[in-house]
Design a protein around this ligand. Structure first.
Ligand SMILES: Nc1nc2c(c(=O)[nH]1)N[C@H]1C(S)=C(S)[C@@H](COP(=O)(O)OP(=O)(O)OC[C@H]3O[C@@H](n4cnc5c(N)ncnc54)[C@H](O)[C@@H]3O)O[C@H]1N2
Ligand code: MOO
Length: 425
């Protein structure tokens, strides 16, 4: 998708949210549409790039293609410990002249000559083959091969893996440990990357305790401990997690974050519905934010929202306060937005057959915690909007279409970052 496609899609999303007359100006987006809107909003944002040492690039995304700065291998190399030989055998052993990895350029071989060579050492000019030490015998200054010698055997030719200038990886590739290794092999000390999107988390609510057991109508804040690490595993740079009360001071702090946070994305929790202290909509409206998604046809989590701040320079994801509803918003809106912002392609879609029938909502998609076996997705109990017991034991969420799924039906699977391979996917 080009940036202009993404911008057009954002305009369409704005028009859609604005068009509906019956709901005070908004309507729930279909679940897959909401994900697309979030992905496109991220992709339409002007990318930030920076040049960083290899060791700091892990988890970021290549801003430009990775092009080889050298041929690989950069010289003809012995693939085995043994002998470099020239012409047909037997060969006369060059005395006292082992060729080692990293050593000076060896002298060329004469026809009928052999020299002992180590894996990774430079091949002497005019070598026709390398013979493994276990396939040869040395006697009285002569070398004999125990089996047929094929010209070129066990020689890694210069440029076999790539030529200088070849594209090794496209822009948008995630920097994994393997990419760091490849970049180093190809001659890089630094990479031009798109940094992880910065995310600030604001947890709203007066009823939240930071320690101890719930008491007197107060409950433990389950989202602060969960969201920072979860967003981190999604590839975000979480700059902080703050708790804001429902009082005037909390509302002003929320407004300041909406208008002036240094983060690319503000994630809020709670206050998305229409209760007396649900401040997110009024604050967004005061700040002149544009709602790209205002409610999603998904259970749990339907009051989730996505707003565009500063003409698309920054975004806000409003997660509902019910903890599993917040997870649903994280996967529905935050994840595609962050991937778009980081320049990553949407995650590959895959399905698995579900074990047993799963009940559905009449109109909305359901996200159901599942354990993955090698054959199927097994739904878990305790998956109500306010419960974390199911998701804490889950590998993934299964996407159940409206009206539910039959036993064995293929369902889209959203793997959780820790079961899908950390923050590199
Ligand atoms: N009249 C309506 N009421 C509600 C609707 C609706 O459509 N109409 N939707 C319900 C649904 S569904 C959800 S989800 C919630 C979303 O509410 P909010 O985003 O405004 O969240 P809160 O009201 O602040 O909290 C909801 C629930 O979650 C608990 N909570 C909040 N933060 C945390 C936290 N950090 N850790 C643990 N639990 C948290 C909070 O105590 C509430 O129990 O609205 C429904 N209402
Ligand atoms: O969206 Mo709410 O999660 O159904 O509780």
């Amino acid at each position: 998708m080009t940036a202009s496609d993404a911008e057009r899609a954002v305009d369409e999303a704005l028009a859609l949210v604005a068009r509906n007359p019956d709901t005070g100006g908004h309507r729930a987006a279909a679940w897959s549409r909401a994900r697309e809107i979030a992905a496109r909003a991220g992709a339409a944002t002007r990318p930030r790039t920076h040049r960083v040492p290899l060791a700091e690039a892990l988890g970021e995304v290549l801003a430009v293609p990775l092009e080889a700065l050298t041929d690989l291998p950069s010289f003809d190399t012995s693939a085995m410990d043994g002998w470099a030989v020239s012409g047909p055998g037997p060969w006369t052993v060059r005395p006292g002249a082992d060729v080692l990895a990293g050593a000076e350029r060896p002298d060329p071989l004469a026809d009928g000559e052999a020299v002992r060579i180590a894996t990774g050492a430079r091949i002497p000019a005019d070598t026709t083959a390398v013979i493994r030490s276990e396939h040869s015998r040395e006697a009285h200054g002569q070398l004999y091969a125990d089996r047929d010698v094929v010209t070129g055997q066990d020689i890694r030719l210069r440029g076999q893996e790539c030529r200088s200038g070849d594209q090794l990886l496209p822009a948008g590739s995630g920097v994994t440990p393997a990419v760091l290794g490849l970049a180093a092999a190809a001659g890089y000390d630094e990479l031009l990357t798109r940094p992880r999107p910065r995310v600030e988390v604001l947890v709203l609510g007066d009823e939240l305790l930071t320690e101890g057991r719930p008491h007197d109508g107060l409950i433990r804040d389950a989202l602060s401990p969960m969201l920072g690490p979860w967003l981190d595993r999604m590839g975000a740079d979480v700059t902080g997690t703050r708790r804001l009360g429902d009082d005037a001071e909390g509302v002003e702090a929320l407004l300041r974050a909406v208008t002036g946070s240094a983060a690319d994305v503000v994630v809020t929790t709670g206050g998305t519905a229409s209760g007396p202290v649900d401040h997110v909509h009024p604050v967004l409206s005061r700040a002149g934010a544009e709602l790209l998604v205002d409610g999603v046809a998904v259970r749990p989590g339907h009051p989730m929202l996505l707003a565009r701040l500063d003409s698309g320079a920054r975004h806000l994801v409003g997660l509902p306060g019910n903890p599993l509803a917040a997870v649903s918003g994280l996967l529905t809106l935050a994840e595609p937005l962050l991937r778009g912002l980081a320049g990553r392609a949407p995650r590959p879609r895959w399905t698995a057959p579900v074990r047993g029938a799963v009940s559905g909502h009449p109109y909305d998609t359901r996200l159901v915690p599942v354990v993955l076996t090698s054959e199927e997705a097994v739904p878990l109990r305790f998956s109500g909007p306010a419960m974390l017991r199911g998701i804490a034991a889950a590998d993934a969420l299964a996407v159940v279409p409206p009206h539910g799924a039959k036993d064995g039906q293929e369902l889209e699977i959203l793997e959780l970052p820790w079961s899908a391979g950390g923050c590199f996917t």
